[in-house]
Design a protein around this ligand. Structure first.
Ligand code: 5GP
Ligand code: ZN
Length: 115
């Protein structure tokens, strides 16, 4: 685990988080600065810096983030109305935590284009 990775520390149980789903590959927890009524982050347990670091060998794990987001959406009651999945890559993409995370946003109407 890289030092000072807040999401690795959440996975390790060293930092508190409102975990709402987890399995052997991923953990999902509420964002501390929610941008929608439902705002959950789905992360791999393994430290992967960003979407760009998903190599061919990690394609299955990348897919598990989306599968887990579906579990989360059903659990949170937003599956029927719909929700948005966001993966930010790098500074210009809006990434601020460099442990890859899939945002699950719902509970309100999303706009397009995104900011
Ligand atoms: P990014 O900007 O990298 O795509 O998204 C990072 C997200 O992580 C932000 O929405 C931010 O609010 C959230 N975040 C940052 N630090 C923490 C933390 O310690 N705990 C939780 N639950 N969310 C965090
Ligand atoms: Zn990490």
């Amino acid at each position: 685990m890289p030092d000072n990775c807040v999401f690795c520390r959440i996975v390790a149980g060293e930092l508190p988080a409102k975990i709402i789903y987890q399995d052997d590959q991923v953990v999902a927890f509420r964002d501390t600065n929610p941008q929608a009524p439902v705002h959950i982050l789905v992360i791999p347990r393994e430290h992967i810096a960003g979407p760009l670091d998903f190599t061919d060998g990690l394609a299955g794990l990348a897919g598990q983030l989306i599968v887990a987001a579906g579990h989360v959406a059903r659990q949170e009651g937003i599956a029927g109305d719909g929700y948005r999945l966001v993966l930010n890559q790098g500074r210009q993409g809006g990434q601020s935590v460099f442990h890859v995370h899939l945002h699950v946003l719902g509970g309100r109407r999303m706009t397009w284009p995104p900011g």
